[in-house]
Design a protein around this ligand. Structure first.
Ligand SMILES: *Cc1c(COP(=O)(O)O)cnc(C)c1O
Length: 385
């Protein structure tokens, strides 16, 4: 067995990162010195009172009982391993195998896989056509009624992605929730791209469950996530084991048993401050989108004007270059990398997504200029020239 490849695993980072998966998950420098003291396995368990959620040191009890419920606008909250683990726990607790769940057409694959693992039947909503791909309350009404017509009962649950991870569209959750509630259907808010980036209140939006992702949007070293619900649903979701009365069944007793939980808490004060700048973030995203279009680089799909930092672009120009370029589609990735920019998947040119979150205007200008330089360098490959 040759283990050399395992001995020096490091990561290269670039000056500017526009990968939507990563812009909201970068941890503040100031937390690093504290974090390294928690690297050992089960480090959080030194003073375990029998359950992770009762820990005073580190302050997990305080975090889940006081800080998170206020932050998420819910009655009860827990730390999970990620958004998907939260969704699975909710679905497993609130529905039985064979039940139906309505999920928006823009949902993340992890919502579908969670439902599959819980043994649920999935009804996807419709969405409006290209290029916007919007999800409307009407779409939920129709999907719920279809389930009612086909099975004689309303679905056990509905889930809405806020925003979705492809187009960054922000559906009208308030209206979707009231549509669901008219039919007696509890609503899960998948806020993996929202909680920690922008203010989100489950209560104000009218949802029954909320999940967030620490490594996606809460400046945490994951995997870690958050989960919240109402008093009404908490009783079942956080029910205790018959055999170990202090352990919660859906949480498998204890969830995040180490450094990621501490990272989430250490970053929290920073996160709470940064969500106040959300309007500025949206302005930057809109500015970036308008520049991409004005300069003829690419067209933005999804909601316009946009309401989130996650942007989806379609570029016939970059695609055309890729057809005759010796590096094929990889010229874009390499061209950006050479200019200190990472985050667009290697090989993609015609369709790609990126995020402007946390970047300064000058950095966004640098990205626009990089695209323009790359096109200029390759203009001989454009047929239209
Ligand atoms: C990234 C993402 C997830 C997955 O989050 P995890 O915390 O990694 O499970 C779920 N939903 C959406 C919309 C996402 O973008």
């Amino acid at each position: 067995m040759n283990l050399d490849k395992l001995r020096n695993i490091t990561r290269e980072t670039h000056e500017i990162n526009i990968d939507p998966l990563q812009t909201g998950g970068r941890i503040p420098e100031a937390t690093k010195a504290n974090l390294v003291t928690w690297l050992d396995g089960y480090s959080v368990c030194d003073f375990c009172p029998g359950s992770l959620f009762g820990l005073k040191t580190p302050p997990i009890k305080l975090f889940i009982e006081e800080i998170l419920p206020e932050f998420l606008g819910c009655d009860q909250a827990r730390i999970t391993h990620g958004a998907r683990e939260g969704k699975y726990a909710i679905m497993h607790a609130a529905a039985r195998p064979g039940d139906w769940i309505v999920i928006d057409a823009n949902a993340h694959y992890s919502s579908i896989v969670a439902a599959e693992r819980a043994g649920l039947n999935i009804k996807k909503t419709e969405r409006t056509p290209e290029p916007e791909y919007l999800i409307t309350p009407e779409h939920y009404k129709n999907a719920i009624e279809e389930v009612e017509d086909e099975t004689g009962n309303p679905p056990a649950l509905a889930l809405v992605t806020y925003p979705d991870g492809n187009y960054g569209n922000m559906p009208n959750v308030k209206k979707i929730a009231s549509e669901c509630h008219k039919h007696g259907v509890p609503l899960i808010l998948n806020a993996a791209y929202a909680v920690g980036r922008m203010p989100v209140s489950m209560r104000e939006l009218g949802a029954d469950f909320i999940v967030g992702s620490g490594h996606k949007s809460m400046a945490a070293s994951g995997p870690v996530g958050v989960l919240g619900t109402t008093e009404e649903h908490a009783e079942n979701l956080f029910r205790k084991s018959r055999y170990y009365p202090i352990k919660e069944v859906e949480m498998l007793g204890c969830t995040v048993r180490g450094m990621p939980a501490v990272s989430l808490m250490l970053s929290f004060p920073y996160v709470q401050e940064r969500i106040k700048r959300w309007e500025e973030e949206v302005e930057n995203a809109r500015w970036f989108s308008s520049m991409m279009e004005k300069e003829g680089i690419a067209e933005q799909y999804g909601e316009k004007p946009h309401n989130h930092d996650l942007l989806f672009f379609v570029s016939e120009k970059l695609y055309e270059i890729a057809q005759d370029h010796k590096k094929r589609g990889f010229f874009l990735y390499h061209g950006l990398k050479k200019r200190g920019i990472s985050g667009i998947k290697p090989g993609l040119t015609r369709q790609f997504k990126l995020s402007t979150y946390g970047l300064k205007k000058e950095e966004l200008e640098k990205v626009i200029n990089a695209f323009l330089e790359i096109i200029e360098e390759n203009k001989s490959l454009l047929n239209s020239q």
